[in-house]
Design a protein around this ligand. Structure first.
Ligand SMILES: CC(C)(COP(=O)(O)OP(=O)(O)OC[C@H]1O[C@@H](n2cnc3c(N)ncnc32)[C@H](O)[C@@H]1OP(=O)(O)O)[C@@H](O)C(=O)NCCC(=O)NCCS
Length: 169
């Protein structure tokens, strides 16, 4: 499934069970379904999904905006759909939502051993600004704090594929 074949849309409550099933596959420190519910209910949140034309959930991502600051809360693509540009589609959608909400910078935390995600963020212009030593347990894995400054150019965040243009939350 490539970016021009998927549907990008807001994550709704009826997606939570499927998103949680992906979450369990992908993250060692798994969010419960209750965390998804509370994230959707919280102010300033933007959650999006990509699905295949048949409606199967392929990935999801979330953003929290407070004033001019935004934070990437999560981003995940199903193992069978990784490496085809869907993570970049989801991240573009979050950055578009951040821009739309008036955020001027976007921050995130990522495991220092997650090379794929770090590349995804660097590709979008994020830079490492700090390290939290032994932040992730178990395993004593460092957290890298990354920031994208100056979320201001539409060309930075608009995907080239018409069918997956960012949605505003
Ligand atoms: C990180 C994740 C969201 C990336 O999704 P994806 O759909 O595979 O990523 P894309 O295909 O859109 O790749 C976009 C860019 O990310 C980078 N990237 C993604 N996966 C990579 C990998 N395994 N190794 C190296 N670079 C990778 C590349 O720079 C790639 O650009 P390129 O193809 O032009 O080189 C996905 O691997 C995932 O869900 N991982 C498990 C959950 C996770 O770790 N989330 C991040 C938490 S901070």
């Amino acid at each position: 499934m490539t970016p021009d074949e998927v549907v990008l849309r807001p994550l709704r409550w009826w997606d939570i069970a499927d998103a949680h099933a992906l979450e369990v596959q992908l993250f060692p420190d798994t969010w419960s379904q209750e965390v998804f519910w509370s994230e959707l209910a919280a102010p300033g949140r933007c959650y999006v999904v990509v699905q295949d034309p048949g409606g199967a959930l392929l990935g999801y991502a979330g953003l929290a905006v407070t004033g001019t600051q935004a934070d990437v809360q999560t981003i995940a693509v199903a193992p069978s759909a990784q490496g085809r540009g869907l993570g970049a589609v989801l991240l573009d959608a979050l950055l578009a939502a951040a821009l739309d909400a008036g955020a001027t910078s976007v921050m995130l935390e990522v495991r220092a051993d997650n090379a794929g995600a770090i590349n995804l963020y660097r590709r979008a212009g994020f830079e490492q600004i700090a390290v939290r030593r032994r932040y992730y347990q178990p395993g004593d894995v460092d957290a890298l704090i990354m920031r994208l400054r100056a979320v201001q150019s539409p060309s930075q965040v608009v995907t080239t594929t018409p069918s997956v243009r960012p949605v505003w939350c």
